[in-house]
Design a protein around this ligand. Structure first.
Ligand code: PSU
Ligand code: MN
Length: 294
């Protein structure tokens, strides 16, 4: 694992750092939107006074913090893989390049000594056939603060919420009482706790850490100006049926569904995805700053 010198310095000096995932770059958004997004998220984190650390697997090495050239190489590499926990060792040994999922990024960010991570939507429980993201189990055993806009809209939201509860992941609605649904600001499912500011989120995370709770604290921030829940659900249904018909599953499923949603919505879901990622990066930087205060 190598830390970018800027990230290493910020950590050594106790300054705020925000981890960013990279599967959204390699598999989440179409080119050239993906590179623009990667650059934009880093800029947003900086504007908010923190140091960005995009995490990825670069030619067999875990990189915590990418420079401009590496960001571009990752975003334009058609052979870049998707690194979760089950293939991380193999990808490293085989000198591959890969975007890291929420599961892998959470693990690696914690290993590197980071506390805060911003993503778009987390993985979770898919509708039939059985498929559950490693994001959930990793969040259950790694004490990181993760900002997201909720589970991705392609998932079974109520089942995902139940699993988060069973697994003991700390859930904080950010200025909301209901589970945000990624592209949509709200779902019908109530959350167990609410915070109204970055400082309150930082305080809840600190309390969980000082107690030694093993899992992550998930800050769930609704997208501003999102898409209507029922509308997104209709697109999701269509895309899901198509995936089943074509026998698409495993690690190809999430990227396939996101791509189909983008097509079915004439780009509206990509636009929403970009907005929520930016908003989450900004909030994560604010929380990291609050945590850096003594
Ligand atoms: N959110 C996005 N785009 C993405 C993902 C999330 O807006 O591409 C990625 C995340 O990295 C997440 C992964 O961890 O999809 C989940 O994949 P799976 O269901 O195969 O675990
Ligand atoms: Mn899966």
């Amino acid at each position: 694992m190598r830390l970018h010198p800027e990230v290493a310095r910020a950590l050594a000096e106790g300054r705020p750092v925000v981890a960013l995932e990279s599967t959204v770059i390699t598999h989440g958004l179409p080119r050239p939107l993906n590179l623009a997004l990667a650059r934009r998220l880093e800029a947003v984190v900086r504007e908010a006074g923190a140091t960005p650390a995009t995490i990825a697997v670069m030619r067999g090495e875990v990189a915590v913090g990418l420079d401009e050239e590496e960001l571009e190489a990752l975003a334009t590499d058609p052979s870049a893989d998707k690194a979760s926990l089950w293939n991380l060792g193999a990808l490293l040994a085989q000198k591959k390049t890969a975007g890291t999922t929420v599961a892998a990024t959470t693990f690696l960010a914690h290993r590197a000594g980071l506390k805060v991570f911003a993503t778009g939507g987390i993985g979770g429980v898919h509708p039939e056939p059985y498929d559950e993201s490693a994001d959930l189990i990793e969040l259950s055993r790694t004490p990181l603060l993760v900002v997201s806009a909720g589970p991705k809209s392609i998932l079974n939201l109520s089942a995902t919420l139940e699993r988060l509860e069973s697994l003991g992941v700390g859930l904080l609605g950010y200025q909301t009482n209901h589970l945000p649904a990624f592209h949509s600001p709200q779902s019908p499912y109530p959350l167990p706790a609410r915070v109204n500011s970055a400082l309150e989120a930082a305080q809840a995370f600190r309390a969980a850490r000082s107690l030694g709770l093993p899992g992550a604290t998930l800050v769930l921030k609704p997208i501003s100006q999102g898409l209507p829940f029922e509308q997104v659900q209709r697109w999701v249904e269509e895309a899901t049926q198509e995936a089943a018909r074509r026998g698409i599953g495993g690690k190809a499923l999430t990227p396939f569904l996101l791509r189909r949603l983008s097509e079915l919505s004439a780009g509206q879901t990509d636009e929403a995805n970009l907005r929520l990622l930016e908003e989450n990066a900004r909030l994560a930087a604010e929380i990291a700053s609050a945590l850096a205060q003594p």
